[in-house]
Design a binder for this molecule. Structure first.
Ligand code: ADP
Ligand code: MG
Length: 339
């Protein structure tokens, strides 16, 4: 491969990479496992994810990103380097990289992301605001003087932004997203049924059983775990209504974030958004009944982005075609040339 251009969406839960015309070439959990004694990297991505909750004491399994920002610099660098090696191999030409960053992060945090990709091995790095990347990835024409709203529900944060003329008009971020929902389900099982379940079980329940629009009491599923009182394996039956109750506070937080941004948006743009609808991206956008719930609560249509979990990464890939145009007049806002 010559002169590779790599687009990266470095998320709290998942890292997605695109390469030139090939599109998405990697999509794996942002997890890294290493030996605590020798400090050797043992696994990254899917392989490391499988070790969560099953690791012996000498192995540490870490998510080096937390709530959209880097929480451990060294491990993030190592993780990106391992993934780049996976898709580029040991080639002579180092790639150019466009990586998206949440709209709310500080310059210092942006620097940390830039440093991480530079030291992981690339020729040039550009940072792009994630809402812009998501819009590009979803095929929205954001160059015009028209307002578009994107709600990205990821692993650690929900990021809401209004975009017009290739820039961000307003944005807001809340720590109400996928992992908070998982934790809320774990807490509910514990309080209501004295049942201890793991993170992966909670995530599985969320993905397969959520009904936010019209939850019913007569639709049920079995959940396996350990009874805290007896200390033995146990199984209980929950219904959709109970799951809704467990998740309600987090969902309310997401709704409030959308409402807040709509309230702060200039009236002309609100009109545009009513016409265009809200673009939903990120893994959390797949929550059962969410689209319908937002429409019922806020009276605005929602559109689920195609291939929602890869949308921002696809946008970073497409941004290479527009790199001069995006840099022109928007430096520091849209694409930020790192080095
Ligand atoms: N079908 C689904 N229904 C509900 N939530 C989902 C589904 N698929 C993935 N998720 C959740 O989406 C989150 C990850 O989304 P993602 O956009 O990759 O996050 P990030 O960008 O923060 O890495 C996780 O919390 C995961 O549980
Ligand atoms: Mg994301």
């Amino acid at each position: 491969m010559s002169n590779p251009d790599i687009g990266i969406d470095l998320g709290t839960a998942n890292i997605v990479m695109t390469s030139g015309k090939k599109g998405v070439v990697l999509s794996e959990p942002s997890v890294i496992a290493y030996n605590k004694c020798t400090e050797r990297i043992l696994a990254v991505g899917t392989e490391a994810y499988k070790m969560i909750g099953r690791n012996p004491a000498y192995i540490e399994v870490v998510r080096p990103m937390a709530e959209g920002v880097i929480s451990d610099d060294i491990l993030t660098q190592c993780m990106i380097r391992e993934f780049l090696l996976k898709i580029c191999g040991h080639q002579l030409v180092k790639p150019r990289i466009i990586i998206c960053v949440p709209a709310f992060i500080t310059d210092l945090q942006k620097r940390a992301v830039g440093d991480a990709v530079m030291s992981a091995g690339c020729r040039k790095a550009y940072l792009i605001d994630e809402p812009i990347a998501s819009m590009l990835g979803a095929g929205v024409n954001i160059g015009k003087a028209r307002g578009h709203m994107v709600v990205d529900i990821g692993g650690g944060t929900t990021d809401v932004a209004i975009v017009s003329m290739n820039g961000i008009v307003t944005s807001h971020s809340v720590k109400c997203a996928g992992s908070q929902i998982d934790r809320a389900i774990i807490k509910y099982m514990m309080n209501r049924y004295k049942l201890i379940i793991g993170e992966q079980t909670a995530e599985h329940i969320k993905k397969t059983f959520t009904n936010l629009y019209d939850p019913r009491e007569d639709v049920t599923m079995f959940v396996k775990g350990r009874n805290i009182l007896r200390g033995l394996p146990d199984q209980i039956e929950i219904n959709e209504m109970e799951l809704f109750d467990a998740m309600e506070d987090v969902i309310f937080g997401i709704m409030e974030a959308i409402k807040k941004v709509l309230e702060e948006t200039p009236p002309e743009l609100v009109g545009d958004i009513q016409e265009n609808g809200i673009l939903l991206t990120g893994g959390g956008a797949l929550l059962g009944g969410l689209r319908e719930l937002i429409h019922r609560t806020l009276n605005v249509n929602c559109v689920l982005a195609r291939d929602t979990m890869h949308c921002a990464a696809k946008g970073t890939g497409l941004a290479f075609q527009k790199i001069n145009h995006l840099l022109d007049g928007f430096e520091g806002v849209t694409i930020y040339k790192y080095r």
